[in-house]
Design a protein around this ligand. Structure first.
Ligand code: UP6
Length: 272
């Protein structure tokens, strides 16, 4: 799939959220997702308004906002229409199906009502997908499984990663891709009979930075070129490398810089 254009993949994708994301990427020539990990509503909205023109997707951790008010979701929705991007709540669900269905639909945040894409750790087994799908599928949402992570010493490797890919392959109506560090097609899954040549899983990749190699708490960064060109990933997720740069003008300049780098790496990939 990674040698086709985003537009070609959009045409064939059956899941509405994945299709819309691929179309947005193509329309805006941006495979950049900005992670807006700030704790005040005003900062959150201001940064999104600044980076909006350069992104296909905004990634949220809605539960870190200290002054959260439900109207924030209305403002976020307005910005997503103004700037033409989708929304990904990085909730990293990790419980049994019944519990995650409640966490996804209810509580303070009602994530399923506004987030086009969310994600889950495969650790509880396939029931986590059934639970989330019972809420999200009727709404046209999509789910990413965390098959790998960017942080030093993480346990999502080897057989665990392979089981995640297997779970995705057997739930293709709702699982649209992975959080991973590379393409997952070639990961040998426990049961080869579930492999379908037409499968198209999106790979969204955090741990992207151009200026530093990591942080003091185990984060590891690679460049957009390493992620998109060398590893075949589809979307780069950048947090502090963009929003952490101070003034609005600098944040805007960084968003433009990462968009350009990510897109050039994609163009080189499909033309090789
Ligand atoms: N994230 C990772 N690594 C993973 C999964 N998720 O960094 O394996 C998320 C973090 C954060 C963002 O929760 O929101 O991606 C990365 O932010 P940064 O660019 O500021 O390091």
């Amino acid at each position: 799939a990674h040698l086709q254009t985003y537009a070609q993949r959009a045409q064939k994708h059956a899941n509405p959220a994945a299709k819309a994301l691929l179309e947005t990427i193509e329309r805006k020539k941006s495979n950049l997702c900005v992670s807006v990990d700030v704790t005040k509503q005003a900062d959150f909205l201001r940064i999104i308004d600044v980076v909006g023109p350069y992104i296909c997707l905004v990634k949220t951790h809605i539960d870190i906002i200290e002054d959260f008010d439900p109207s924030l979701i209305d403002r976020l929705r307005e910005l997503s229409e103004k700037h033409d991007f989708l929304i990904f709540e990085d909730r990293k669900f990790a419980d049994i199906g019944n519990t995650v269905a409640l966490q996804y639909s209810s509580g303070v945040y009602k994530i399923a009502s506004w987030s086009h894409i969310t994600n889950a750790h495969p650790v509880p087994g396939p029931g986590i997908i059934s639970g989330l799908a019972s809420v999200g599928r009727p709404l046209g949402r999509g789910l990413l499984l965390l098959a790998e992570m960017s942080s030093k010493g993480n346990l999502a490797t080897g057989a665990y990663t392979a089981e995640a890919v297997h779970m995705a392959r057997t739930h293709r109506d709702f699982v649209v891709g992975f959080i991973a560090m590379r393409r997952m097609e070639s990961v040998p899954t426990p049961d080869a009979s579930v492999v379908d040549e037409d499968e198209d899983f999106l790979v969204l990749t955090p741990g992207v930075g151009l200026d530093v190699k990591g942080d003091a708490m185990g984060q590891q960064y690679r460049t957009p070129r390493e992620v998109v060109f060398e590893s075949g990933c589809d979307v780069i997720i950048v947090g502090r490398g963009i929003y952490g740069k101070g003034s609005d003008a600098e944040v805007q300049a960084q968003a433009e810089r990462y968009r350009k780098e990510g897109w050039a790496a994609y163009e080189d990939r499909i033309s090789t």
